[in-house]
Design a protein around this ligand. Structure first.
Ligand code: NAD
Ligand code: ZN
Length: 351
């Protein structure tokens, strides 16, 4: 078990364990109602066992289930959840439990931030990707015109991982979660005492099951260091956007067929090629090809530009990328360079 204290505006602990020991030590007595929000898939796999564990420590547990998938991260679903909470008599002392992946974390976290002007919530993440989304306090629902367009910063009072639940993840979701973990590995040299980039690639190529407690804790420490330095995204938090400029464009063009973390993997290859770091681009590309990361359905270059031009990092209509070299920078990129890199990357994948 690893405990990582996060020094946010309201501090909290992230516990990464291979069981639910936190349930016995958590102080449930303060909350008259425990309100679990989960999705159908997680509910089918782990709902009854988790509910039994909670009912053993608390007499009043409410259970709300939404459909799996990002379509549930909407204002409509938020309103339905508020109705359920009101019908069950949840008041301002209720505790919301976000039980699921990043989608549930964002939806239940945003619900917690607005329900009766804010109630406490904890995250019980069930995906690898959620080691990223559960830390940092960003919560949101989507708008039909833009992902995460309605949201806020709202810190949980705790994050409690039981990595034994990761065993049931589909392989595509494992790769997607690894996308953000590999991103954290690239950033590690710049925010921690030492880099775990080479160590992670060795572990990944050994093809044994990763020790998730150790590896998720490493990823969380990178995210922790960055969000502690920049809780409300004024400065270095932009580094977390590495791989996301091309990644977000791809995600949108592919209409979310390729999961987020896999898009970030493609985006990191793109970013390394942009900074002429063929060695790192190639190592990542080789691992992606070997592990059958979802292939891009290539569209003409200007489709991607059209999306990247709307990236929130841009200034005066010029596309900017987070680049990792000896140091990390956010740089304006010329269209000709983008096109050259695009053709180069497409060449790698289609040869
Ligand atoms: N707040 C942030 O900082 C932040 C950062 C990155 C991503 N996100 C958000 O996170 C979401 C993506 O998160 P995600 O990848 O975890 O997706 P997700 O929550 O949609 O989960 C992916 C799929 O896996 C299923 N699943 C979850 N746990 C499982 C388990 N243990 N076994 C089997 N199946 C399981 C889910 O039902 C779902 O079908 C997006 O909405 C994205 O916008 C937020
Ligand atoms: Zn991401």
């Amino acid at each position: 078990m690893v405990t990582i204290p996060i020094a946010a505006s309201t501090p909290y602990d992230v516990i990464v364990d291979n069981q639910d020991r936190w349930i016995e030590t958590f102080d449930w007595s303060y909350y008259p109602t425990i309100w679990v929000v989960t999705d159908e898939q997680v509910d089918a796999l782990y709902g009854s066992s988790f509910r039994n564990q909670l009912c053993a420590v608390h007499p009043h547990v409410i259970w709300s289930v939404v459909e799996a998938g990002d379509a549930s991260k909407s204002i409509t679903h938020l309103e339905h959840l508020v109705s359920e909470g009101l019908r069950h008599g949840c008041d301002r002392q209720s505790l919301i439990v976000a039980f699921g992946g990043g989608m549930i974390g964002d939806l239940a976290g945003f619900l917690a931030s607005v329900y009766m002007r804010g109630v406490s919530y904890i995250q019980v993440p069930t995906t690898i990707l959620a080691h990223d989304s559960a830390v940092g306090g960003k919560v949101a629902v989507n708008h039909p015109l833009a992902k995460n367009a309605i949201g806020s910063f709202y810190q949980p009072i705790g994050v409690y991982y039981n990595v034994s639940r990761l065993a049931s993840l589909p392989v595509q979701e494992v790769r997607s979660g690894l996308g953000e973990l590999i991103k954290h590995a690239y950033l590690s040299r710049h925010v921690l005492e030492s880099s775990f980039e080479d160590e992670l690639f060795s572990a990944l190529t050994e093809r044994d099951e990763l020790d998730w407690v150790t590896w998720l804790a490493k990823g969380i420490r990178v995210k922790q260091a960055i969000v502690e330095a920049d809780e409300r995204e004024q400065g270095i938090r932009a580094w977390l956007n590495f791989g996301h400029t091309f990644g977000h464009a791809l995600e949108s063009i592919e209409a979310y067929r390729i999961p987020h973390g896999e898009c970030v993997l493609h985006g990191m290859v793109f970013a390394f090629l942009l900074s002429n770091d063929e060695t790192r681009a190639k190592r990542l590309f080789d691992w992606m090809r070997l592990n059958e990361v979802t292939a891009i359905d290539w569209k003409p270059f200007d489709h991607y530009v059209e999306k990247m031009i709307r990236d929130k990092k841009n200034r005066n209509g010029i596309i900017r990328f987070v680049l990792i070299r000896d140091s990390i920078s956010v740089e304006a990129i010329q269209l000709a360079d983008l096109q050259y890199t695009f053709e180069q990357m497409k060449g790698w994948w289609t040869s």
